[in-house]
Design a binder for this molecule. Structure first.
Ligand code: NAI
Length: 305
């Protein structure tokens, strides 16, 4: 019997028509939440619309005895994002948790990235996370409680090839979450980020041509989307009542804390600096702590535990 840690609560899960969002919506419902399943049902690049993926999630939840309603409005526009939160109020009379999970990809090497690739990805991930969060904020404030769970990515926290748009959006979401945590703490509202990992349609677009890449894909396939759901439910629930402004990575059966971002070395010069003096004194003193240029997979390795 799963623990009912979301009993009496209403959760909005964006991008819940598949992958990680579907797994989180199912886990929320299994934990007792009434769930707004939001998804436009589009393609990986954000084009197209369909009710089918969202309705499939609704069926899975209802067949398991849970409560859920569908909302197919896009997170990527202010007006439609408000409708997503309004759906929670219309169906269930309240909103307690917002999981900003909706996402698209337009991967392309930076010198070929077009403004349309940038705008589409920033629009869904960063603007969408702001719009849906902001739409819920007055309700959270009024009731003196609420939890945001935002999906960031190690591509944003560390970096990745061909994902300047996505990485910028995902690191932007971290800043959004940390500042929401500060602004809304006085109202009993929490905000945290998860950098999830799952074999979903998003990650399965990764090209696998070489033998090494194919081997990697076989390992990644073990990371099913549901592995990320317990952390999302925990952060949305009162079990995490003292957890806010944090960044977690979930990868198969591992959970990492990634919140720490502190100055490693400070050098003060009372006369101030010139470019030459920085090169001569500041940089050599800092060199040992310079962050190497890495992609997320270099840091986390290929093998999920
Ligand atoms: P997915 O592609 O399976 O699911 C994303 C869902 O968002 C889709 O069902 C899509 O229809 C929906 N969506 C897209 N645009 C939308 C919009 N404007 N409004 C509402 N819904 C919209 O992807 P996956 O892998 O489940 O990703 C979920 C989240 O986790 C994303 O934010 C992604 O960036 C993040 N993530 C996933 C990783 C992974 O390993 N799969 C790694 C790091 C982050």
């Amino acid at each position: 019997m799963p623990e009912r840690v979301m009993e009496e609560k209403v959760a909005v899960v964006t991008g819940a028509g598949g992958g990680i969002g579907r797994a989180i919506a199912q886990a929320m419902a299994a934990a007792g939440a009434r769930v707004i399943v939001n998804d436009v049902g589009g393609g990986l690049n954000g084009e197209g619309r369909s009710d089918t993926p969202g309705n499939e999630t609704i069926s899975l939840i209802r067949n398991a005895g849970g409560e859920a309603e569908l909302c197919t409005d896009s997170v990527a526009e202010w007006g439609s994002a408000q409708k997503i939160v309004q759906a929670a109020l219309d169906h269930y009379g309240r909103v307690d948790a917002v999981v900003n999970n909706a996402g698209i990809l337009r991967d392309i090497i930076f010198h070929k990235m077009e403004p349309a690739d940038w705008d589409a990805v920033i629009g869904v991930h960063l603007n969408g996370s702001f719009y849906v969060s902001r739409a819920a904020a007055p309700h959270f404030r009024q009731q003196g409680s609420g939890a945001y769970v935002h999906m960031t990515s190690t591509s944003g926290l560390i970096g990745n090839f061909g994902q300047a748009n996505y990485s910028a959006a995902k690191l932007g979401i971290v800043g959004l979450s940390k500042s929401i945590a500060l602004d809304m703490q006085r109202f009993g509202v929490r905000s945290n980020c998860i950098a999830p990992n799952a074999w979903s349609r998003m990650i399965s677009s990764i090209p696998a041509t070489t033998e090494a890449e194919k081997e990697r894909v076989a390992r990644l396939q073990r990371m099913t989307p549901d592995k990320n759901a317990p952390l999302a439910v925990f952060l949305a629930s009162d079990l995490a009542r003292d957890v806010t402004g944090q960044i977690f990575v979930s990868r198969n059966n591992e959970i990492f804390l990634m919140s720490h971002n502190r100055p490693l070395r400070g050098i003060q010069r009372s006369e101030g600096w010139s470019p030459e003096l920085i090169a001569e004194h500041a940089l050599p003193a800092m060199r040992a702590n310079l962050q190497p240029l890495e992609r997320s997979a270099d840091v986390f390795g290929w093998d999920p535990v």
